[in-house]
Design a protein around this ligand. Structure first.
Ligand SMILES: [Zn+2]
Length: 346
């Protein structure tokens, strides 16, 4: 995975690797009961050095910030708190980006960087090339531009299911399994993306739990075994094999049952292991980390395929998984969250 700058990484399913300084670190606390929601930080990377150049000005007009709000969800604070300290520089792999909530932006950036269970922050030597307090330089310029910027941002087109907070995305087109299974027969339905919360009842191992894929960059095509090598029909050449997950799950909620297929990135989030690391050609048994996902209740985002809509079969493709909050019934009142102001108004 090649490191990207904070201005290059985009919201969506992709996992990114970045090099940045964690300049501010704070606990986001729910006012009232003092419950900790997340461990938050401001990340800065290198481009801030071009701050007053024409290039940087153009970048800012396009809102390609060099600072980004980073969030470690409550569920992972224990894991990451000892690994991230204020002021240090990290190369952090396997982070995901979501659009920032309009009202609560901590920095002039429309994206939020999220830590996942598979995220690996690695502290690196501070070569002092990444500024420590670049937010101070922004204030005067940004304050005068703030209104225009908000208007500009509201015009940006983001796919509907990627809008809002992680919580909003978990709730996007939420259905019960019974409702979703019926949607397959609804010819007036135009939506392709839905979320359901259901429990993993069993793993169907009839076709195994992984496939041999091409290991090149973003190519994940299944390889063909030739006489003494593997061949990728997408890259049209020999390829090195890499095992990727393809796990068939039997799931249910109180209304109905269905099956779904969990592919590599999403499966890795649930098992906390890469498929490649668990290949054991001598063993016929399903690896323990996969067995352990049975019984878990997850929020699945499904993307309906042509296959679903023509065969009417409730055998879904998982496009994302979310981990339900412990107290899934307590909706967080955003108005009560402490807002940390980082801009230096003087
Ligand atoms: Zn390939």
């Amino acid at each position: 995975m090649v490191s990207k700058t904070l201005s290059e990484i985009r919201p969506g399913k992709d996992l990114w690797k970045i090099k940045a300084r964690a300049t501010r670190l704070w606990d986001a606390i729910l006012l009232g009961n003092g419950e900790q929601l997340s461990l938050d930080m401001i990340l800065i990377d290198l481009i801030a050095f071009f701050l007053f150049s024409v290039y940087k000005l153009l970048m800012m007009m396009n809102n390609q910030g060099t600072m980004m709000h980073g969030v470690i969800n409550k569920a992972y604070i224990e894991k990451f708190k000892p690994l991230v300290e204020e002021g240090s520089v990290y190369i952090t792999a396997n982070v995901r980006v979501t659009p920032a909530a309009q009202k609560y932006r901590q920095v002039e950036n429309d994206k939020v960087l999220n830590f996942l269970p598979i995220t690996t922050p690695k502290k690196v030597k501070d070569t002092e090339d990444i500024p420590k307090y670049s937010f101070k330089f922004f204030s005067t310029y940004m304050l005068s531009k703030r209104v225009d910027m908000d208007m500009y941002l509201s015009e940006i087109h983001i796919e509907k299911h990627l809008k809002g907070t992680l919580e909003d995305q978990m709730q996007y087109n939420r259905r019960t399994l019974e409702q979703l299974n019926l949607i397959l027969f609804d010819t007036s339905n135009q939506d392709k993306i839905f979320t359901v919360q259901s429990t993993i009842d069993a793993i169907n191992t009839r076709f195994g739990w992984y496939y041999i894929s091409c290991n090149r960059g973003d190519c994940n095509k299944q390889l063909e075994k030739k006489f003494d090598h593997y061949y990728c029909s997408k890259c049209d050449k020999r390829a090195e094999p890499k095992a990727r997950y393809k796990i068939k799950l039997e799931i249910s909620d109180p209304t109905a049952a269905a099956t779904c297929v969990l592919f590599d990135q999403e499966a890795q989030m649930v098992t906390n292991e890469s498929a490649d690391s668990m290949i054991d050609h001598d063993s016929k048994e399903l690896p323990k980390p996969i067995q352990k996902i049975c019984g878990q209740s997850l929020i699945f985002q499904f993307r309906l395929t042509e296959y679903n809509l023509t065969s009417f079969r409730p055998d879904y493709t998982v496009s994302r998984v979310f981990f339900p909050k412990e107290k899934s019934n307590s909706r967080i009142d955003m108005e009560n969250i402490i807002k940390v102001t980082l801009l230096d108004y003087n």
